[in-house]
Design a protein around this ligand. Structure first.
Ligand code: AMP
Length: 305
């Protein structure tokens, strides 16, 4: 059975202290689907684009065995556009532009063959749309949700409804503080899990990620890269690696969730090494697995007895 992914499909304009790129392929659904495509198929992608969306981007997604029956194209309309600027500290990003375009009127229709998917990843998109997707699913057993400050601030009531229906929420540290209205991350995690999700993952950029559940906090490092080129899509690639591995193994036990967090961090590390989606375009599963092993070495330590 397929892995259902919904999110934005975007043309991004990104500036870092080192370089700049205009109208590059981006969007949460794109990064998540590309990252997940290295695990097991089929990946079902639900999203919307306008007529300005390049045929080459479609080909790239198809070449990664991403099923595009759920990708709607709207004639005479423009694709969602986003623009961001990174500071010298690449953990700090300013959003310069969010132009919803086709996303503003998007009404996702889930193709028949997608509806039985057990694993669902609700990528960063309007929570109203995330709810519409869930309403059309038959009986998903594991739903993972991503979101961002834009929606926490703008659509909190709708987001709270989504959180009641998901097993995992993935957000970054500043978003967790914003959502919980609590500066301490451990307390914030408790408050957010009380909103619905059994598991919470808090991403901390180059400082790794934390997985919270009832009685454990698991901490995974980020890969120590010397060259971080473009952090855009790191969070989505993390989500794609996380859900891709769970879907491949069909195991949602806590030990496997921890491994999935490390696979998520692995995909994020490939993503940031190049601009736009380039870092996710030409990998092999062997490369992914080798870096996963490097991750394990990063924090392995023996007891002194
Ligand atoms: P990340 O760096 O993982 O947070 O994700 C960056 C991607 O999110 C970019 O490719 C953007 O196109 C997309 N994005 C930014 N803002 C939004 C938004 N409000 N809704 C949906 N997608 C967005």
């Amino acid at each position: 059975m397929g892995l259902l992914i919904v999110g934005s499909v975007a043309l991004d304009t990104v500036a870092t202290p080192f370089d700049r790129i205009d109208n590059a392929l981006g969007g949460s659904a794109v990064y998540i689907s590309l990252a997940a495509s290295y695990f097991s198929g089929p990946v079902y992608m639900v999203g919307v684009v306008g007529e300005d969306f390049d045929r080459e981007h479609i080909k790239l997604l198809e070449d990664h065995n991403i099923d595009l029956e759920g990708l709607k194209m709207v004639d005479g309309a423009k694709t969602f556009r986003w623009s961001g600027k990174y500071h010298y500290d690449l953990n700090v990003r300013d959003t310069l532009l969010t132009e919803l375009n086709v996303l503003a009127t998007f009404d996702p229709v889930i193709p028949e063959k997608y509806r039985k998917s057990r694993f669902v990843l609700l990528g960063n998109i309007d929570p109203t749309l995330q709810l519409k997707v869930l309403e059309q699913m038959e009986n998903p057993s594991f739903v993972i949700c991503d979101t961002m400050n834009f929606w926490i601030e703008g659509k909190k009531a709708e987001l709270l409804k989504v959180l009641k229906k998901v097993q995992v929420l993935i957000i970054n540290d500043s978003e967790a503080r914003l959502l919980a209205q609590e500066p301490n991350l451990i307390k914030a995690a408790r408050l957010i899990r009380a909103m619905g999700p059994e598991y919470l993952i808090i991403k901390k950029g180059e400082h790794g990620a934390l997985l919270f559940c009832d009685n454990t906090v698991f901490s995974a490092p980020a890969y120590p890269l010397e060259n971080i080129y473009d952090p855009t899509g790191a969070g989505d690639s993390f989500a794609g690696g996380f859900v891709g591995y769970l879907h491949k193994t069909q195991d949602i036990g806590i030990e496997n969730l921890k491994r999935a967090v490390v696979f998520g961090s692995t995909m994020a590390s490939f993503c940031v090494e190049r601009f736009s989606t380039k870092g996710l375009e030409n990998l092999t599963y062997l490369q992914v697995h080798d870096r996963f092993r490097e991750f394990l070495k990063l924090s392995r330590v023996d007891d002194d007895d």
